[in-house]
Design a protein around this ligand. Structure first.
Ligand code: SF4
Length: 244
């Protein structure tokens, strides 16, 4: 059986453009939910936030553009690499689920809930370029130590879909890990090693959708596709993974 595939932009600039489009479209899509999230509410800002190396490149561009390379090194010094993350990526997890394989519980252990190094007076110091993992946080009720986030199931689904796509776009040599481990690797060497828990990004194996969610996800991908003149990744995703 031939595995469905979607194209991946080869140029780094095109990948970054694609990511910015995802950030913008998602920000408008999520406005429909009456979320309690406000500036200064930072319960979800921990060192367990994950991202791809592509998102790390965008953060580095921002840091360099504002002349804050030393500032970044000081921030990273407060979060030694390899403090923890799961052992599989979102696309690996989706692939295992789609193949009806059990996921080892150990693979989701090891989270680090210390406050994110980029929090300054409860405000994000890299807000403009925060990764998708941060953008997709949300809750109907304000979070607290004893109260988890409450989110609409369709938001959770869309968050997973876009996380998978971002990983897919990075899967021609990029990595997934915690935000700090990715930044450590980009600043120091860009080399994948066990200590920093970098995992190679994987291509999309398919989406984890309930039948009633397909229409909403397809509409979102069409919206994303509408930002590009040529048929590219989003058109491929619709054709290959979301047939009528
Ligand atoms: S990068 Fe910003 S939004 Fe994301 S966890 Fe850190 S402080 Fe919070």
């Amino acid at each position: 059986m031939i595995q469905p595939q979607a194209s991946i932009p080869a140029e780094m600039d095109h990948k970054k453009e694609l990511l910015h489009v995802i950030y913008g479209v998602y920000a408008r899509w999520v406005e429909r939910f009456p979320l309690a999230c406000r500036k200064g509410c930072a319960a979800c800002c921990t060192n367990s936030v994950t991202m791809t190396s592509l998102e790390g490149e965008i953060i580095l561009d921002f840091v360099k553009g504002t002349g804050r390379e030393e500032w970044l090194l000081e921030k990273l010094a407060g979060a030694p690499p390899g403090k923890g993350w799961g052992a599989i990526t979102m696309n690996q997890f989706a692939g295992a689920c789609l193949n009806h394989q059990e996921v080892d519980r150990e693979t989701t252990a090891g989270w680090d809930f210390t406050p994110c190094v980029f929090l300054e007076a409860k405000v994000c110091s890299i807000y403009e370029v925060r990764p998708f993992g941060c953008r997709s946080f949300g809750s109907f009720e304000q979070c607290a130590a004893d109260r988890a986030a409450e989110m609409a199931p369709i938001q959770l689904t869309v968050n997973t879909v876009l996380t998978q796509i971002i990983e897919h776009v990075s899967s021609d040599g990029g990595y997934c890990s915690t935000m700090t481990d990715i930044l450590h690797s980009l600043v120091n060497s860009g080399i994948c090693n066990e200590k920093t828990h970098l995992l190679p990004a994987r291509p999309l194996p398919g989406f984890l959708l309930e039948p009633h969610e397909t229409k909403e996800v397809k509409a979102l991908l069409l919206q994303l596709d509408g930002h590009f003149s040529d048929k590219g990744i989003f058109g491929d995703l619709i054709d290959n993974f979301l047939p009528i």
